[in-house]
Write a protein that binds this ligand. Structure first.
Ligand code: SAH
Length: 240
């Protein structure tokens, strides 16, 4: 089995994203690589075509509604895993300059393979940890869009993400049904690290029961240089 370009175009259209045939073919190729690699290593728990389409591809594309349409924006996807949401966003918005980051070598190797096989340009993968990357002068306060899905609880996540965002840039946390509660729990961390909550936008996925939400945070002030705290701290001692 595989996904047809029509199935992919229909699923994307249902959330308001128009893909041409070439873009849909890139998604089909991405699906094939995901399934092939997943037989050898554990990249994702989601492996049936219907779920790949809704819970990986369509879900990733919902973030487009929080990404400004200005061409050529820099975007970093932290804890990208198998390239989600970064690779779907790059396929749908080829103008984005995308950086994928993950701490695990095999995930990085997979993303590199997808990029090469799909012939994507203006996208790269870095093997590294969020806590360290955010203190690297080439990455700190550099990105217009900082995004993550399924990486950490929001108080921890904002400590990873906000320092990477440029002033007036946007951090997007792709969350589940308890996003509103998480946003409230993260209020202190958001303020401390230089953010301002813009909105929690509910997202429904056609063909999947899960209620999803985008937590959108604006970078309002520079992040104090002590953040993120060293490896492990944001997770073991989150600001609550
Ligand atoms: N974003 C993907 C993967 C989520 S799983 C998706 O939505 O499907 C979380 C991923 O983040 C894993 O691949 C793990 O290797 C990576 N990760 C966890 N903590 C990290 C950190 N501190 N810095 C960088 N990557 C991290």
């Amino acid at each position: 089995m595989s996904l047809t370009t029509e199935q992919i175009q229909t699923a994307a259209a249902a959330i308001g994203v128009m893909l041409d045939t070439a873009q849909a073919a890139q998604f089909a190729q991405f699906r094939d690589l995901l399934v092939e690699w997943n037989e050898r290593m554990n990249l994702t728990a989601i492996t049936d075509d219907e779920s790949i389409l809704s819970r990986h591809f369509a879900d990733s594309l919902t973030a487009l509604r929080a990404i400004p349409s200005t061409p050529g924006l820099t975007l970093v996807d932290v804890g990208t895993g198998a390239g989600l949401p970064g690779i779907p966003l790059k396929i749908a918005r080829p103008d984005l300059d995308v950086t994928l980051v993950d701490g695990t070598g095999k995930k990085v190797a997979f993303c590199e393979t997808v990029i090469a096989e799909l012939g994507l340009i203006g996208i790269r993968v870095i093997k590294g940890r969020a806590e360290e990357l955010a203190h690297d002068k080439h990455h700190r306060a550099y990105y217009k869009v900082v995004i993550a899905r399924a990486l950490a609880p929001l108080p921890t996540l904002v400590e990873y993400l906000l320092p990477l965002a440029r002033m007036n840039g946007v951090c997007i946390a792709m969350k589940g049904s308890d996003a509103q509660v998480e946003a409230a729990q993260a209020a202190r961390a958001i303020k401390l690290i230089g953010g301002e909550l813009d909105r929690v936008e509910p997202v429904t996925l056609p063909g999947a029961p899960d209620q999803r939400a985008l937590v959108v945070i604006r970078k309002a002030k520079p992040s104090p240089s002590i953040y993120p705290r060293p490896a492990g701290k944001p997770r073991s001692e989150p600001f609550l």
